[in-house]
Design a protein around this ligand. Structure first.
Ligand SMILES: NC(=O)c1ccc[n+]([C@@H]2O[C@H](COP(=O)([O-])OP(=O)(O)OC[C@H]3O[C@@H](n4cnc5c(N)ncnc54)[C@H](OP(=O)(O)O)[C@@H]3O)[C@@H](O)[C@H]2O)c1
Length: 509
């Protein structure tokens, strides 16, 4: 029986061999293989497909299949059926090899001669550390494993973030990739773009006539984007995180992508390039709102010791595993941007992200201006005790996670003899509207790659434009010492300053 869940997806027709570099890694076990299994169980994979796991560990097909079978049962978002898992894993093979040695590619090429077992369209998924990206694509190309982009059989390569650590390394990575691959063959994955609510930003804005006319500087007071996590350093992430920090880990990809979708102009059509052209335009108009110093526009923080929501004592960042004891890496970053174009000039854009925060949430809040006339004696109520107060502005919230949905805060008359205006939430939530479980981002993105649809992937000029926005932070790091903040709270108090002149404050969501 096929589990229900994905809504009306198209089946992939092209037979394909999917090679996963990093086959023994966390991402493969937790996300990639469960996503491919669900696609298979829903009959969305082609009739002929083979998955090859590529890593150095000493596994064989049987051992590897057994491990993946366990991972599917543990991590699949839908109930699994043993018989379907058994059929699925028969499509999986293990290829032991080192990415840095040409021998591994020659052996792979030799196997690929059996085109019945290994269909000739090739998807290479680079689920490996970024320092191996160049070696992998260069070796694929030099081994003759990359098809000409105009050939009948295709080659596609998925690359996991981070796409560099600053402007210079991003440019170097792009030029290295483009030396061996055509841009049309590269799929830079940002799993945020695979989320339903993220895609829904475009439908919300451009499939409804009523909101777009007010999405501009005449009506919008400011935009806030928050991506907060309650966890500090997850097991084993310390080494990576300490080298990157919150700006590189979250802002230069996920958060700026959200900003693009909520502020870009309508594309001429829904083709990948039409959408990506508009994203690049808005990124090119975006800049940190610096007047004299970088600290006018940016605030960094690092969490200290404290207690979590259950009252347990938690370690400060500097005491976490694989963190340098004198590290100045930020675990929290907040910044104020402006977008210098006709639509958004003068509208403050506030972004923040952090670890060890009070709540796990990702949301975009578009706050509108207050009405020009305070017609009502506005009242704020706490149960039945009401005080005169300022009118509250309307806020439109795109809730990306958890509880995906779109909410609009409006003022309404409270029932009763007095004229008391109170905020209510008009809401559309996915779980309340559709009973089906939402597809995981990786399900959607893997299927899109197999279909050759790069709309939800980041193009090289987009990546470069993202790094350009944040590069001043790295250039002036010495002026941005991280402020300490307590865990299980809303980050750094000093970041409140970024709201100067704005009708509002950080939302404690
Ligand atoms: N995990 C996540 O949730 C997540 C989320 C977003 C992005 N990412 C990105 O996804 C990528 C993979 O992350 P991960 O967490 O899965 O990493 P991981 O658990 O450390 O796995 C790395 C994999 O690379 C393989 N590998 C390393 N050196 C190799 C070599 N020379 N030759 C062949 N294989 C080699 C390792 O296998 P052997 O040791 O057996 O060779 C292992 O399978 C990274 O770029 C990461 O930034 C991960």
């Amino acid at each position: 029986m096929t589990p229900t869940g994905i809504i009306g997806e198209r089946r992939v027709n092209d037979p394909v061999t999917i090679v996963i570099f990093g086959a023994s890694g966390d991402l493969t076990h937790r996300k990639l293989i469960p996503a491919l299994y669900i696609a298979y169980a829903q009959d969305l994979l082609p009739e002929k497909f083979t998955i090859v796991g590529f890593a150095r560990r000493d596994y064989d097909d049987a051992i590897y299949r057994g491990m993946l079978s366990d991972s599917i049962k543990k991590f699949s978002r839908l109930p699994v059926e043993d018989e379907t898992v058994d059929r699925f894993i028969q499509h999986i093979r293990y290829h032991k090899g080192d990415i840095s040695t040409m021998e591994a590619y020659a052996e792979l090429k030799e196997k690929f001669k059996d085109t019945e077992a290994y269909p000739e369209n090739h998807l290479f998924y680079l689920s490996i550390i970024p320092s191996l990206f160049k070696t992998a694509v260069q070796s694929l190309k030099e081994s003759g494993l990359v098809a000409d982009p105009a050939a009948d059989q295709w080659t596609r390569v998925i690359i996991e973030k981070p796409f560099g650590r600053d402007m210079e390394s991003a440019l170097a990575l792009n030029s290295a990739l483009l030396q061996y691959l055509d841009e049309s063959q590269i799929y830079r994955i940002d799993h945020y773009l695979g989320k339903e609510t993220v895609q829904n930003i475009l439908s919300f804005r451009f499939a409804n006539a009523i909101f777009e006319p007010v999405f501009n500087r005449s009506y919008v007071d400011h935009i806030q984007i928050t991506a907060s996590e309650t966890v500090g350093m997850e097991m084993g992430r310390g080494g990576y995180y300490d080298e990157y920090g919150a700006v590189r880990d979250m802002v230069t990809n996920h958060i700026l992508q959200l900003l693009c979708l909520v502020t870009m102009e309508p594309p001429g059509d829904l083709s990948a390039d039409a959408i990506r052209n508009e994203k690049v335009k808005v990124l090119n108009a975006a800049k940190l709102d610096i007047h004299e110093n970088i600290s006018d526009a940016v605030c960094r923080g690092q969490y200290g010791e404290g207690t979590d929501a259950e009252g347990n004592t938690t370690k400060g960042y500097l005491k976490e595993d694989r963190i340098h004891p004198e590290s100045t890496t930020e675990t929290y970053a907040a910044m104020r941007l402006s977008i210098d174009n006709w639509r958004w000039a003068g509208v403050p854009i506030l972004l923040r992200t952090g670890k060890a925060m009070a709540k796990k949430t990702t949301e975009i809040a578009v706050q509108f201006k207050v009405p020009p006339l305070q017609l009502f004696q506005q009242v704020e109520c706490d149960d039945d005790v009401c005080d005169l107060t300022h009118i509250r502005p309307n806020t439109l919230i795109f809730q990306i996670q958890p509880n995906e949905g779109i909410f609009l805060k409006v003022g309404t008359k409270r029932p009763g003899m007095r004229f008391v205006v109170e905020d209510v939430k008009m809401d559309f939530s996915y779980s309340g509207t559709w009973s089906k479980s939402l597809p995981e981002a990786y399900e959607r993105l893997l299927l899109d790659t197999l279909h050759g649809d790069s709309t939800l992937f980041t193009r090289s000029d987009e990546v470069e434009a993202e790094w350009r926005v944040v590069q001043p932070i790295f250039d002036n790091q010495d002026q941005l010492k991280p402020f300490p903040y307590p865990p299980n709270a809303w980050g750094v108090e000093e970041a409140d300053w970024l709201f100067h002149g704005v009708e509002g404050q950080w939302r404690n969501t």
